[in-house]
Design a protein around this ligand. Structure first.
Ligand SMILES: [Fe+2]
Length: 367
């Protein structure tokens, strides 16, 4: 493979357009992101980590995903991209500053590559020590989260668990693509992404990949982007989900789950479970516009020496443990339509059974 134009270091933020901001501000407050900055035309949310923001929305005529931003290692990466795509390097006027170029991927998703952003002051976090069957590290110290049983409060006619997740950072986006090979090649050749898992469909063709940043001997998240060509003739739109890493392990994820569950205001998409590809423990929630956001923790870290693995669609859909994947997973749709779609379409696990059966049949026909 020829050298890519650049090798991005990490993901920074996702960009959306929204008609109005109040619903999103309320949702992210419950989801565990903090409002970092707002003005008449934009809202910026951050986590407890060093990125000035991990989500930005500007005001527009519709609610839509615009794209994703990545961090360049060197200013010369912006120069190389500027030359290749004939776009200007511009000053980043948003929080953190620095410079950026904006290009477009094969599915029309805006890709911003940023350099020189000033880091935000990370928030102080006290990590909990967990005792396990194999390892007992905590003695003479009681494990208490938040205000312990006082976290449960009565609001109206329901008990609400008040402790939220604390998002640390954005870890990845999952995008739907029209042509798996075109998308995977583009992210490899332009941004230097490596394939962690090539996802092979039952017919033997790749339907996408889980891709990570190439940072040499520095281990990075198993995937920073997941490009998937979903089965079916109709393109469901580019946005799958954004995956936010919580600050402190499993309890941080579980607290967020019970906070959002007991609030009973948002659509729970999928979870809690443990992915196979990337190994994260996950929990997926929809905002009021139908966009899916994931809380995750305990993901695999791989350096550039780990070779590409061949995985199946079953490996994507069937978690190590967790509920069956709903048929709506990966597709953005208005929240009030989800129950109807789910009632009409069996979970993705049933589809896998059909796809595997069809593949077996065509194999035996070929014998
Ligand atoms: Fe994810």
């Amino acid at each position: 493979m020829s050298e890519p134009i650049c090798k991005v270091a990490d993901i920074i933020y996702v960009r959306f357009e929204l008609i109005e901001f109040e619903a999103q501000k309320k949702y992210f407050n419950h989801f565990g992101l903090m409002l970092a900055h707002e003005d008449d035309n934009s809202i910026f949310f951050r986590g407890s980590g060093m990125s000035p923001y991990v989500y930005v929305a500007t005001k527009g005529k519709e609610n839509k995903y615009i794209g994703t931003a990545y961090k360049a290692n060197e200013y010369s990466d912006l120069e190389a991209l500027s030359k290749e795509f004939d776009v200007d390097i511009v000053e980043n006027k948003d929080p953190g500053g620095g410079h950026k170029v904006t290009i477009t991927d094969p599915d029309g998703i805006e890709v911003e590559i940023c350099h020189g952003m000033s880091p935000a002051e990370p928030m102080a976090v006290v990590s909990k020590v967990l005792n396990t069957g194999q390892s007992k590290q905590r003695e003479n110290e009681l494990q208490r989260f938040g205000r312990a049983s006082a976290e449960w409060e009565v609001e109206g006619d329901k008990w609400v668990y008040k402790l939220k997740s604390n998002v640390k950072r954005l870890g990845h986006t999952a995008i739907n693509v029209r042509d798996a090979k075109a998308s995977v090649d583009w992210y490899s050749n332009v941004l230097g992404f490596l394939i962690s898992d090539d996802v092979i469909g039952p017919d033997g063709n790749s339907i996408g990949a889980f891709m990570r940043c190439d940072q040499g001997d520095k281990a990075v998240d198993h995937h920073t982007i997941n490009n998937i060509q979903l089965p079916g003739d109709e393109y469901p739109g580019p946005y799958g989900h954004s995956g936010y890493e919580v600050t402190d392990s499993v309890d941080d994820l579980m607290a967020g789950h019970y906070h959002l569950t007991t609030l009973n205001e948002y659509y729970h998409e999928w979870g809690i479970g443990r992915h196979l590809l990337g190994s994260q423990m996950y929990d997926y929630w929809r905002d009021t516009h139908g966009f899916t956001h994931e809380h995750w923790t305990d993901g695999d870290l791989l350096d550039a020496s780990i070779p590409e693995n061949k995985a199946s669609f079953r490996d994507v859909v069937m978690a190590q443990y967790g509920p069956m994947t709903p048929s709506t997973f990966g597709v953005t749709m208005p929240v009030d339509q989800i129950d109807k779609v789910r009632a009409e379409q069996p979970p993705l696990s049933a589809l896998i059974k059909e796809m595997e059966k069809a593949a077996q049949l065509s194999e035996s026909n070929n014998d």
